[in-house]
Ligand binder design. Sequence first.
Ligand SMILES: Nc1ncnc2c1ncn2[C@@H]1O[C@H](COP(=O)(O)OP(=O)(O)OP(=O)(O)O)[C@@H](O)[C@H]1O
Ligand SMILES: [Mg+2]
Length: 347
Amino acid sequence: MGLFDEILHDNESLFSDEIALDYDYIPKEIPFREQQQHFIASCITPLINNKTGRNLFIHGAPGIGKTLAALYVKRELEEKYDNIYSIYVNCWKKDTSYKILIDICEQIGYKWTHNKRTDELMKIITNILNKKSCVIFLDEADRVKELDILYSFCEDLIKKSIILIANDKNWFLNLDNRVKSRLVPELLEFQPYNSVETASIMRKRASYAFSPSVWEEEAIQSIINKTIEMQDIRSGLFLLREAGNIAESKASRKIKKEHAEKALSKLTNFKIKNSKDFSNEEQRILELVKNNSGKTIKEIHDSCKNEFAYRTFFRKLEELEKANMIEIVEVPGKSSIVNYAKKLTDF
Ligand SMILES: Nc1ncnc2c1ncn2[C@@H]1O[C@H](COP(=O)(O)OP(=O)(O)OP(=O)(O)O)[C@@H](O)[C@H]1O
Ligand SMILES: [Mg+2]
């Protein structure tokens, strides 16, 4: 081998399609979730036959394919049937009835939302959706602050499947009886992938994203092992990308154990949720915390005083803490300390 053969040149990349590592990328196949997808589809099927569908509550730990399975079914439904409205709302960002309804208006192409109240929007949406049938996916449903909207969907929509997704089963069990007795959903629990499944998913995602044979076996295996330990594919994808970038920054033609190890050492700073699940303000604050991890709330706020009033800043920090993105540690007699992301294993 020539002296320079191991060096990656400027115009070369270890990645063949880096997008395949994006958290919201929908691969051609979703291995090990076929049964769950069939179950979701079975709740929707009556709509195809012009009957009303069944409602569904999907729950399970973070990063194990709930959103992905739902979006996959949604995509297939859209491709095959145009007499069914297919709506997906991430309630992390859209956590009020108003925001959810505005999002739905956008998805169904209704533009005249300006100056309309929540109840007016609900009426308009009901009229439109009831002309066909509809599937409404409410992801991160436990973030919805006003449950009236679920009640209205149940009461006002005629042919529908309402599909709720959340981590914690108890959220549904503790729902107001008025809503629960109208929804009466099927329950679908996603179990974490076992180690063989995790390894196979990771290798497949890597094969979409990287040029062939750039991975040294030991390197990818160490990343797979960590992903198995954490039971979170999202973290695994992060590690693959990170190791690839580290190798590229060293102009290495191979992703080696040392690159994987460096990526692994960054993991404690890694967040659980997709950052796209957050508003621009939340993402900005997250970035500030990331760069100032371990400092006090006051110190971090001092660096962004012009951008955020203290109260807004504090409220957003609390939201981010609830999502396990950051940790606020109280220090007696002093301003609390903010750390970027708990370790994933703490979840
Ligand atoms: N079977 C699979 N094949 C390929 N990629 C997968 C598979 N399962 C999950 N993933 C990937 O793992 C990541 C996490 O999946 P997803 O977003 O669906 O998790 P989730 O269960 O909805 O988690 P959360 O509760 O945190 O929202 C995504 O990037 C997704 O593409
Ligand atoms: Mg999800």
